[in-house]
Design a protein around this ligand. Structure first.
Ligand SMILES: O=C(O)CCC(=O)C(=O)O
Ligand SMILES: [Fe+2]
Length: 407
């Protein structure tokens, strides 16, 4: 006798804060499944280093397609040395495996600006889910670590840095004193960070090509970029621990990233989930020697929603092994006015009296004042790209995403 089991897959509403204010998504309650390579493609980016513009454009086309489809992709042959990554990873484990009181020498409470260590369950990525079962160290951009300024004296005299950047220099070098008990930690992390910065700047040129803009379109607004990075540690299940596997119990709550794009290195443990256009959770499972790249809120805004800043989260770590990930968040100079490449004359937020620069947006978000869109291009409705897409019979992305409310 055969028994047929019918499972009913329902939908639920997921709410979160983003650079667009509070947004919601209609989400399937089906368990996460593996992503297909169409949903999260694997892009060979060696062409971005080619002398031949056609090779660079070929990568750009793949970036554009991925940015429009799911907003997530893997990159391989990215040029970041694998030994250097492994060294950063090993040093990350060394740090997190120390006693709590040692880690707290660089507690975030000791710093003014989002630098330092956050203990597990002290962050809350999404208020409708559990606190995050994660620890992390955050580092803000410091020009001294930027390979572009290697030829300047270090520390770099303020007079050599453009004045509009001064309020946005949020690196706090005291963090290194707090990890001096781990010889080699700083060197390992800085080497990794510098490589990510170089890669991200190159990719910004590819993203410009992807928008059919001159390759150097963003160059002068990524000189002192929003280039902040974290090392995250998701503890493994303790022996005998009964891990609560309900979807509300998370490693990191559902969110969108708020800069331009994110480069994420992850170890082989897995746990990153991505909400696809149909509102299904799909797994961005680890692929050796790759980074995961995702489009973030500012790129979505800057492209007038043509590219999608995709909701993602990290499920609870059910393996006995801890998971390490190293996300690197990249955006334009915080002092830079956002440009809408598709309506070059658009001035963001002027009509609404809302902030026009990335830094002000970040401040608003950190103060949690953000309950309405913080970035808005006044000519969004008539945006060239939307118009072109419609003319070509393609629906703009946001008309496809199951967006319940928000923008
Ligand atoms: O750890 C991960 O895989 C994702 C981290 C992330 O999404 C974030 O820090 O914004
Ligand atoms: Fe994220």
């Amino acid at each position: 006798m055969s028994v047929t089991t019918t499972t009913s897959v329902g939908r639920t509403i997921l709410t979160m804060d983003s650079a667009y204010g509070t947004i919601q998504r209609s989400v399937s309650t089906a368990p996460p499944r593996e992503a297909t390579r169409e949903e999260i493609p694997l892009i060979d980016v060696s062409g971005i280093y080619s002398e031949n513009i056609e090779d660079r454009k070929a990568v750009a086309t793949q970036f554009r397609d991925a940015a429009i489809n799911t907003g997530f992709f893997y990159i391989k042959n990215h040029g970041v040395d694998s030994e250097l990554i492994d060294n950063a990873y090993q040093n990350a484990l060394r740090f997190f495996h120390q006693p709590e009181e040692i880690k707290k020498r660089i507690s975030k409470d000791k710093f003014k600006f989002f630098n330092g260590y956050s203990a597990r369950y002290t962050t809350h990525g999404n208020k409708t889910e559990s606190t995050d079962r994660k620890e992390h160290i955050a580092f803000q951009y410091q020009p001294e670590l930027d390979p572009a300024y290697d030829s300047l004296p270090h520390p770099i005299p303020l007079s050599m840095i453009p004045e509009e950047m001064h309020p946005w220099l949020k690196g706090e070098p005291e963090i290194w004193e707090g990890v001096s008990n781990l010889p080699g930690f700083k060197e390992a992390w800085v080497a990794y960070y510098r490589s990510c910065l170089t890669l991200a700047r190159s990719m910004t040129r590819t993203f410009a090509l992807a928008l059919e803009l001159p390759e150097n379109y963003f160059d002068d607004i990524v000189t002192y970029p929003g280039a902040d990075a974290t090392i995250a540690y998701y503890p493994g299940a303790e022996p005998g621990e009964k891990v609560d596997l309900s979807p509300q119990n998370v490693g990191l709550g559902s969110h969108t990233d708020n800069t331009g794009f994110t480069l994420l290195w992850q170890d082989m443990v897995g746990g990153l989930l991505v909400l696809n256009r149909k509102g299904e959770w799909i797994k961005a499972s680890p692929i050796p020697d790759t980074f995961v790249v995702n489009i973030a809120d500012f790129f979505q805004r800057m492209t007038n929603d043509r590219w999608v800043s995709t909701v993602h989260k990290v499920e609870i770590n059910r393996s006995p092994e801890p998971r390490i990930s190293m996300p690197f968040f990249f955006g334009e100079n915080p002092s830079a006015f956002s440009r809408c490449p598709c309506c070059p004359n658009a001035v963001y937020n002027v009509v609404l009296g809302l902030p026009t620069d990335m830094g002000a947006l970040a401040r608003l978000q950190s103060q949690r004042y953000l309950r309405r869109p913080a970035i808005m291009c006044y000519s969004r409705r008539t945006c060239q790209i939307r118009t072109n897409l419609l003319r070509r019979g393609k629906t703009p992305i946001h008309d496809l995403v199951p967006l319940v409310s928000g923008i």
